[in-house]
Design a protein around this ligand. Sequence first.
Ligand code: C2E
Ligand code: SIN
Ligand code: FE
Length: 436
Amino acid sequence: MTGHGKRERRKRPDRRGAVADRRAAAAGQPDAERRQGERRSHERRSTGEKLDVILDITRQLMAVTDLDALLHHMAEATAGLLGADRATIYVIDRERNELWSRVALGAGEIRFPIGRGIAGTVALTGETINIPDAYADPRWNPEPDRLSGYHTKSLLTFPMKGNDGRVLGVFQVVNKKGGHFTRSDEETLASLGASAAVAVENAQLIAEQKRLWQSLIETLAITVDARDQQTAGHSQRVTRYAEVIGRSMGWTGKDLEKLQAAALLHDYGKIAVRDQFLQKPGKLDEAEFEYMKAHAEKTAEFLAHLVFPLDMREVPMIASQHHERMDGKGYPKGLNADRIHIGARIVAAADIFDALTAPRYYKPAYPVDKTMELMKEMTGPHLDPRVMDAVKRALPELERTVEQLKPTWPKPTEEGMGTIAEAALSERDAAPATKT
Ligand code: C2E
Ligand code: SIN
Ligand code: FE
């Protein structure tokens, strides 16, 4: 169709010339013949125009990433082209076995079961229905009209099918001006409907992949947090704080998505840390802490098995750098500041923010101002001053988020923070000199 259409477009100026020539020739002929000739040339011209519109819309398919905007445009163009008063594009919701109007020109959202009404029948059978009078058809469901006060008469309804022939949705045009929809209208709608189907199917496939990806990394985070009561909800909270800090630094879109994925997975390596260290009530000794440190490189090691989408390739690297420090004394690699991904510096701040505001086996929950005091001390040698500026700017929002996330905090237990919570500070901060 595309090749044919291109030829049509290129020929258009000539075709117009030919029409004019024929008109001139027709001038000397009897009235009836001239009228017939004009009608024929009018039909040819409108066929060319239709192709132009169809091609324009098809071309836009390549460019438009917003499915709703595209479908809206298609519905408008189709209604205009077919001389219809309204157009509706329904998409099938397979989970609920319903049709819902993704685009409804001149009407509110409509939902009804597959099988009901004309659109529901088309969704079920996969066959086009063209009827001049809706109310004369027993399949017609008058409910939407009754609710909206609109009066439907002629109706042309086309099934939008995916690659495998399954119906994805229904494209419907309503009330042809001055008559009913013709055979030629059916063909036009079939072309446009096929394009709309491609757009809907692509968007659905992309949305499905996104959901799979998102739920997969959330599942990984949940499994590591479930290792231990103490880390419960930690990954999710760090992700929320990282997002707030990222936004405060002006991040949007893909950068933010990458940051969130890295935050969600930063402690994944803790899945391999033994309970005796993970759940130790008090301060870790040197050897224990050395062992605990392995979790950061384990994060990189495990995530290396996951094939990330191209634009997410940095996620494992960002995740595994969350304990690197600005002065190069962090772990696992002891990277210098300029080698630490900015995303990892944000995750580091978000991680520490949660470790301090939430309770741990080895420390009580600190209030936000105590947390900020401790983090200020860490700014420079450990935390990035630029990131900390963003943290300060975002403080009101961070405080709101802490309140919101409190229900996800670990519950106090007998051995853990239940006893240590009595203390004003963790052993670590009470005797900071004992650790580098
Ligand atoms: P985490 O509990 O999620 O803590 C993450 C990071 O927050 C820590 O990384 C540290 O930079 C900061 N942080 C946590 N608690 C404190 C604190 O009381 N004071 C200050 N100033 N900063 C704090 P770090 O130190 O590399 O520790 C990594 C992980 O090792 C911790 O994750 C935790 O699971 C474990 N860990 C560290 N120290 C201890 C400890 O004394 N006792 C126990 N049981 N576990 C510890
Ligand atoms: C749908 O049309 O229901 C799926 C596509 C999307 O959510 O963008
Ligand atoms: Fe960590």
